[in-house]
Ligand binder design. Structure first.
Ligand SMILES: [Zn+2]
Length: 155
């Protein structure tokens, strides 16, 4: 018997869980409770969101791809962050409305949340999450030109 396959990212949902989202929630709970795991939290959020576009708003691919590009190519820290200030939140909302609607690729990456779920320790977790994030960035190659231009322009 093959497990439950996610219709969006193609993952075989880990045993005992119903949906991919349950695995994501468990990984996030670990990242929130242990700073060692939380050190790669933003990569987890971006990779998961880009593989599950249908669960998010139409401009979410653009937002997450642009941030993923900054994390992977500009060396920004993917650690669990503080909440943005109210002013930063407002500025972000107006930028967000200008983002294009980027269609998710047919294949969204060779690795999924199932490859990340259940890491042994923070180092193992970080290794898995970085590999997952790179596989998603690679899958979105057709939109990388847009993402790099967006990063250049500071948005
Ligand atoms: Zn999935």
């Amino acid at each position: 018997m093959e497990g439950n396959r996610c219709p969006m990212c193609g993952a075989i949902v880990p045993d005992g869980l119903i949906r991919c989202r349950d695995a994501f929630n468990e990984v996030c709970a670990r990242e929130y409770s242990d700073p060692g795991f939380g050190a790669v939290h933003q990569l987890t959020v971006d990779a998961y969101a880009l593989q599950h576009s249908e669960e998010h708003g139409p401009r979410s691919n653009a937002f997450h791809l642009s941030r993923l590009g900054r994390l992977l190519e500009r060396g920004e820290s993917p650690a669990l962050g503080r909440r943005p200030t109210r002013a930063a939140g407002k500025a972000f909302e107006s930028r967000y409305r200008g983002f294009p609607v980027l269609e998710a690729p047919a294949s969204r990456g060779a690795l999924t949340i199932a490859d990340v779920h259940g890491a042994e320790d923070p180092d193992d977790h970080a290794r898995r999450v970085w590999a997952w994030a790179r596989s998603v960035w690679e899958a979105y190659r057709p939109h990388q030109v847009w993402a790099r231009a967006s990063i250049e322009s500071g948005s």
